[in-house]
Design a protein around this ligand. Structure first.
Ligand SMILES: C[C@](O)(CO)[C@H](O)COP(=O)(O)OP(=O)(O)OC[C@H]1O[C@@H](n2ccc(N)nc2=O)[C@H](O)[C@@H]1O
Ligand SMILES: Nc1ncnc2c1ncn2[C@@H]1O[C@H](COP(=O)(O)OP(=O)(O)OP(=O)(O)O)[C@@H](O)[C@H]1O
Length: 318
């Protein structure tokens, strides 16, 4: 019998705090960051198939590679090797539904890689625990372990070493998507360049932000959001300054570039305020599109059964 396809839902992330240290000999930068998983999600379905491949649907699907350079396919190969299968003929096909902006600084590719690890672990009955999956995830990219874990977490090292953080409440966000993406390595390189020629301000210690998360007060949290990569993203994409201003003028408590950008995330007082801010911001013409999201949400998780449980919608015949 052919196994049932497995579908995994996986969240986007925003960095509430992103402190970037100096470049290390391996080219990575030492980070202290706080991730939060948001309710913008991708869904990855893994099915047994003789013809390997990837089908991508949704926003930005055209710019996602469908070959070996897709991070989700790298996850297939890695897990195949790890479990003694032939990485050239893993016998599976992936179907990726994008809800996370591509090259937007919200860990879209990382999310798909994490989802693929979870789905294949189930499909191939590997029974790898969270720690083993997390170790494999870190080999695929710095953000991949967080995409697995979700919630709110403190990340150190390259961002791959995680400790869960207590976040008492749900926070409400407005997300502004830009017309084109930004390359993560290019943004880190731009920060190194800016630091070589001047002293761009650096975010402070992370502790006050962790306290604000524990109290759950969005106004307190808003004062403490900070991202060292923001100056570099704005330097490469000066229009982001206008987007950040427009979100606050529309009523958000604060705005921040998400990770390496160019997506901007605006923290709002509550769900109603987020809807109002989103409506006003989308009328300001400073970005491609605007979404409303909340966090924290769980990391990569199987939703196949949830979908099977869903009542079949009534058939309507013309
Ligand atoms: C900007 C963030 O999204 C913040 O969470 C991440 O730091 C980026 O994570 P990612 O996309 O998973 O990045 P990786 O695939 O691991 O690395 C891509 C490239 O980003 C740069 N990079 C990434 C992480 C890090 N701590 N220092 C870096 O300098 C390096 O040039 C690296 O070659
Ligand atoms: N599954 C995938 N989904 C989206 N992009 C992918 C995927 N696999 C590879 N890519 C490539 O990776 C590039 C970066 O895409 P991605 O959406 O992961 O960026 P990002 O969200 O800015 O990453 P991060 O926030 O982790 O730095 C894209 O331009 C695309 O060519």
């Amino acid at each position: 019998m052919v196994p049932t396809p497995i579908t995994v839902r996986v969240p986007a992330k925003v960095n509430l705090h992103l402190s970037v240290g100096d470049a290390r000999p391996d080219g990575y930068h030492e980070l202290v960051t706080v991730f939060q998983a948001l309710s913008m999600t991708d869904e990855v379905t893994v099915l047994v198939a003789e013809e390997p491949g990837i089908d991508v649907y949704g926003d930005g699907a055209d710019s996602v590679p469908t070959g070996a350079s897709n991070l989700a396919w790298k996850a297939v190969r890695l897990l195949a090797e790890h479990s003694g299968r032939d990485p050239e003929e893993p016998g599976v096909r992936l179907s990726i539904h994008k809800g996370i902006p591509v090259a937007g600084g919200m860990a879209g590719g990382s999310a798909d890689a994490a989802a693929t690890l979870v789905a294949l672990n189930h499909l191939w009955r590997l029974e790898l625990g969270r720690d083993a999956l997390s170790e494999l995830a870190a080999k695929l990219g710095s953000d991949v372990p967080f995409s697995l874990q979700g919630g709110t977490a403190l990340g150190t090292g390259r961002g791959e070493r995680l400790v869960p953080v207590l976040a008492r409440h749900t926070f409400h966000w407005v997300i502004a998507l830009d017309r084109r993406g930004l390359s993560t390595p290019a943004v880190y390189t731009e920060l190194d360049r800016l630091r070589a020629e001047s002293r761009p301000s650096r975010v402070g210690d992370v502790e006050p932000l962790l306290e604000a998360l524990a109290t759950g007060d969005p106004r307190q949290l808003a004062l403490l959001l900070g991202n060292d990569l923001q100056a570099a993203a704005v330097s490469l994409r000066p229009g982001l300054r206008r987007t950040l201003r427009a979100g606050v003028q529309a009523g958000a408590l604060a705005g921040i570039v998400s990770g390496s950008g160019p997506t901007c995330a605006f923290l709002c007082t509550d769900a109603e305020s987020a809807v109002r801010v989103a409506a006003e911001l989308s009328g300001a013409g400073v970005c491609r599109t605007v979404r409303v999201a909340h966090g924290p949400v769980p990391g990569a998780r199987i939703v196949t059964e949830e979908r099977a449980d869903r009542p079949t919608p009534p058939q309507v015949h013309a």
